[in-house]
Design a protein around this ligand. Structure first.
Ligand code: GTB
Length: 217
């Protein structure tokens, strides 16, 4: 059965692949699962019909027959469990990959999102100048720790996994901030993720929504 996901009809990131449908698209591409996309406007996301699928009126969602999922991490986990390629077979390695999925979403992503929100909606506040360095320090603490753990390895735990997929999408939100670039191993790690053919297909597909032109690849 071909799943359907939802995505922004017009993403505020202008096709930079920063919205959370990107990680779901990438996971589906990694495992070779075709999928359909239903595009939603901001007002459609808040309508009752969409809230039946997503209680918080957001994207992405995932529909597969009777199954409806929201939360990008849960969706990627579901895809990773259903197919081979995103979670190792060995039980301990699998548990570690899942740990990295949680680490990406609950330890590394929050300070990055907090900083992103401050840049997006708090710039005109009197306290913005004072608060931003605090938020950026929090991001740097996490990046420093992650950088130390990654060292010169290609991926977080041996082979590429759903943990890396989520971590790369989380770190990409810092692109252009000048922060990630200071951690050369993390920049290279993100670039390695972005170089994967499945990533490129997913990226081109979401970009095509923004440009209105079909993907070139
Ligand atoms: N925890 C949920 C998940 O992981 O699925 C969070 C889902 C979420 O935040 N969805 C956002 C949304 O639907 C889109 S991705 N927002 C609309 C709303 O809440 O009304 C977040 C996002 C949006 C825009 C950019 N950007 O422009 O760079 C980046 C990320």
């Amino acid at each position: 059965m071909i799943p359907t996901i939802t995505a922004f009809e017009r993403s505020p990131d202008r096709g930079r692949g920063l919205a959370r449908d990107m990680r779901v698209r990438w996971a589906l591409e990694e495992v070779g699962q075709p999928y359909d996309v239903r595009l939603l406007s901001f007002s459609e996301m808040k309508e009752a019909a969409h809230r039946m699928l997503h209680p918080f009126g957001q994207i992405p969602t995932y529909e597969e027959g009777d199954l409806v999922l929201f939360e990008s991490g849960a969706i990627v986990f579901h895809i990773a469990k259903q197919h081979t390629g995103l979670l190792p077979d060995d039980a301990n390695a699998r548990a570690r990959a899942i740990t990295w999925m949680f680490a990406a979403l609950s330890t590394v992503e929050p300070p990055i999102v907090e900083r992103g929100m401050a840049m997006l909606v708090e710039r005109d506040k009197a306290w913005h100048e004072e608060r931003l360095p605090i938020l950026e320090d929090r991001v740097r603490v996490r990046l420093g720790e992650l950088s130390n753990r990654l060292g010169d390895a290609d991926w977080l735990d041996d082979a590429f996994s759903a943990g890396d997929l989520l971590m790369v999408t989380v770190l990409r939100r810092l692109n252009g901030s000048g922060i990630l670039e200071k951690y050369t191993n993390l920049s290279a790690y993100v670039a390695r993720g972005e170089a994967r053919p499945a990533y490129k297909r997913a990226f081109d597909d979401q970009l095509a929504v923004f440009t209105g032109k079909p993907p070139t690849g």
